[in-house]
Design a protein around this ligand. Structure first.
Ligand SMILES: Nc1ncnc2c1ncn2[C@@H]1O[C@H](COP(=O)(O)OP(=O)(O)O)[C@@H](O)[C@H]1O
Ligand SMILES: [Mg+2]
Length: 350
């Protein structure tokens, strides 16, 4: 805390009171000198040589000095040595004849969360519009072409495809919101990964058969993590689904499980189209697809890997990716294991 000791000094009571506040607090005298600044105010880089650094804050203090009532405003400030942008809410008011109290609340994080949420909602609306629009047009065409049997069949098939796409999208949006707000909506407990992987493979069997893709699965028992079985299953299912979709016909998809230094590693390997280095950084973003039209054809939502990433984070784990365009991709979901002596069916692992 910065405190000048002269006859300008403010009372100990006020000083103690300010220490309790969460917001950065500053007391400024009639000359504009900062006579007290909390450590948060200093950390935020609001004061330099006993003066307020930011003009917007000095102006707010000026307005408060000229007024009987406190003044408040929100600002974007460039702060600190690295010139970071902070969003702050500031409030200034007279505390006695001589001093102004300035409170500054850092709202950068809240604002970031807000922005992400707004982006997500904007994206969702955009993504929903496509299938909903298509369904509307197809229904119209069906009515107009009702006499033509062939046309009816074709439009009806398209309608079905669009409605499946819509259902997938809504389902993925729900799943993603669920794993994003992990603390409230997940059921954590010991999960044996072999069973979860087995289910995830099975759920992709029909799709694999259609493409003539064979699975090579190796899932030893006894790898137990503390987690939500449904969420883990969904993440693994998404990885296997991608491995099938982004492979050529008659390929092979490998699914493995092992532990490395107390971390369970679930690997999904394909020899498909692969992912360029630039795209490797982006594919975990919501709605990002390397090839929009291909993803649309296959009914992808662009949310699969965002779900995988969040499931990994919720389980204090991570996803690793190794890929080369034209050669294939290996996704590794890494989740800390429950030490085997703590699990009933624990076995020694390599
Ligand atoms: N195994 C893979 N091989 C090649 N590209 C992949 C693979 N998995 C994901 N991708 C790329 O990452 C994008 C995002 O994946 P995902 O979030 O599952 O969305 P989608 O619904 O499009 O499959 C895909 O559109 C695709 O371009
Ligand atoms: Mg996918």
């Amino acid at each position: 805390m910065l405190q000048m000791t002269d006859d300008n000094a403010i009372s100990q009571e006020i000083s103690d009171l300010l220490d309790v506040l969460d917001a950065a607090s500053l007391i400024i005298d009639n000359q504009g000198t900062v006579i007290r600044a909390s450590s948060t105010a200093i950390q935020l880089g609001l004061v330099s040589s006993n003066l307020l650094v930011h003009r917007s804050l000095s102006e707010l203090v000026g307005r408060a000095r000229a007024s009987r009532t406190p003044m408040d405003a929100e600002f974007e400030l460039v702060t600190g040595m690295r010139g970071e942008r902070s969003y702050v809410y500031a409030r200034a008011g007279r505390i006695d004849g001589k001093h102004i109290l300035l409170l500054v609340e850092d709202r950068t994080e809240a604002r970031r969360v807000d922005e992400t949420r707004r982006d997500f909602i904007a994206n969702i609306s955009h993504e929903l519009k496509t299938p909903i629009g298509a369904i509307g047009l197809l229904a119209e065409a069906l009515v107009e072409g009702a006499d033509d049997q062939d046309m009816v069949k074709r439009f009806a098939a398209n309608l079905q495809r669009e409605s499946i796409r819509l259902a997938n999208l809504v389902q993925d949006i729900i799943q993603l919101s669920r794993v994003q707000s992990a603390d409230t909506s997940m059921n954590f407990g010991p999960v044996d990964l072999a069973g979860v992987i087995h289910d995830a493979v099975e759920r992709n069997q029909v799709m694999a058969d259609k493409k003539g893709i064979k699975f090579k699965v190796s899932t030893p028992q006894g790898h137990v993590v503390y987690g939500d079985a449904e969420a883990l299953g969904m993440a693994i299912k998404n990885l296997i689904e991608n491995a099938i979709i982004y492979s050529d016909e008659s390929g092979q998809v490998g699914v493995g499980l092992r532990s490395v230094k107390g971390v369970a590693e679930i690997t999904v390997i394909d020899s498909g189209i692969g992912i360029s280095v630039e795209d490797q950084e982006r594919i975990f973003e919501r709605f990002y697809r390397v090839d929009q039209s291909r993803s649309r054809q296959t009914g992808g939502t662009g949310l699969g890997l965002a779900i995988v990433k969040h499931v990994a984070l919720n389980h204090r784990g991570e996803v690793r990716l190794f890929s080369q365009p034209g050669t294939g991709s290996t996704f590794t979901l890494r989740i800390p294991e429950v030490p085997s002596q703590l699990t009933e069916n624990g076995k020694d692992k390599e």
